[in-house]
Write a protein that binds this ligand. Structure first.
Ligand code: HH2
Length: 297
């Protein structure tokens, strides 16, 4: 981040290997952008439930975009601690129809998956960005994104979702996560992936202390010169700090964590509550601008 400029007017870019609908090959934005979350992860997936899930997912994607999400992230496998993995065929069945509809409505979509087969189908259906919480550990995923010209969100995760919260351990969490993200980005770019965002992976094999250290060190990741994505929305560490057992009640904690990351230069925030984050960022930016703030009408 350019130290001469405030976080709220820093320019960010994400480069694509294929043209976007407006003919450009780069997405440019100013200040922290919002990535809205659409989960297509129903517990049971009867045929009746499928239609309901499709309608709900499409409606929520459109709403998040209308509220100000620059990107809408569609996922068909929960990666919450303890979650079991889902077969690729099932994940595909969940996400592809949603992506087809939302892409046809002009939304910029990312596919949240660790599976190359799911990413390939999602890109073919109209998604543009791959959000790989597996952190591009799979070479097939790297090759696919290079071939398809899709930029990737590279996320750090220690272990696998089923067991990652059992006993997270680091000697120096910030250095280890930074080194991982730096090496993974360099590998991806050398393999032909057009661009990356890097993500410390809040809650992915981390204790409360690890998550706090990483949020506080957002600036160290920003200094690599790649956009930094932070996803703390409704995560379990907020409950441990502020005692909020129900994830849907964790908006206040999510906002506090994300505003801290924004002030330290995060380029994108992955959130469930787009409208409330848009408001909070607008006020935070106005306050930070202080006397230099001018009415925008
Ligand atoms: N967190 C979740 C899922 N995908 N992607 C990125 N880049 N960063 C994250 O922190 C991240 C992510 C959390 O997992 P899930 O269990 O799917 O819940 P939800 O998608 O509702 O946040």
């Amino acid at each position: 981040m350019d130290p001469a400029r405030h976080w709220y007017d820093h320019d960010h870019t994400l480069t694509f290997g294929r043209r976007l609908p407006d003919g450009s090959t780069a997405l440019r934005w100013r200040g922290p952008a919002l990535m809205g979350i659409v989960n297509v992860t129903p517990d049971s997936f009867s045929d009746g439930g499928h239609l309901v899930a499709l309608d709900d997912a499409v409606e929520s994607g459109l709403r998040l975009a209308a509220e100000g999400a620059m990107v809408v992230d569609v996922g068909g496998e929960s990666t919450r601690p303890g979650a079991e993995s889902v077969a690729a065929a099932e994940e595909l069945r969940r996400v592809v129809p949603v992506i087809e509809v939302l892409a046809s409505r002009g939304l910029l979509l990312s596919i949240d998956t660790r599976k190359p087969a799911v990413a390939a189908a999602a890109l073919a259906a109209g998604a543009r960005i791959v959000n790989d919480v597996g952190g591009l550990r799979d070479e097939e995923m790297t090759a696919l994104c290079a071939r398809e010209g899709a930029p990737v969100v590279i996320t750090h995760m220690q272990g696998e979702p089923a067991t990652m919260q059992a006993a997270p351990h680091y000697t120096d969490v910030v250095t280890e996560v930074s080194n991982y993200l730096r090496a993974a980005s360099e590998r991806a770019l050398a393999a032909g992936v057009p661009d990356v965002l890097i993500d410390p992976g809040i809650g992915f094999g981390k204790t409360v202390a690890h998550n706090l250290a990483l949020l506080q060190a957002t600036g160290r990741l920003v200094a690599f010169g790649r956009g930094v994505l932070v996803g703390a929305s409704r995560k379990g560490f907020l409950d441990k700090i502020a005692r909020v057992p129900r994830p849907a009640d964790r908006l206040g904690g999510s906002l506090a964590a994300h505003l801290a990351a924004a002030r330290l230069g995060a380029a994108m925030l992955r959130v469930h509550d787009v409208e409330q984050h848009r408001q909070a960022l607008a006020v935070e930016a106005a306050l930070a601008a202080g006397l230099t703030y001018s009415e925008r009408g």
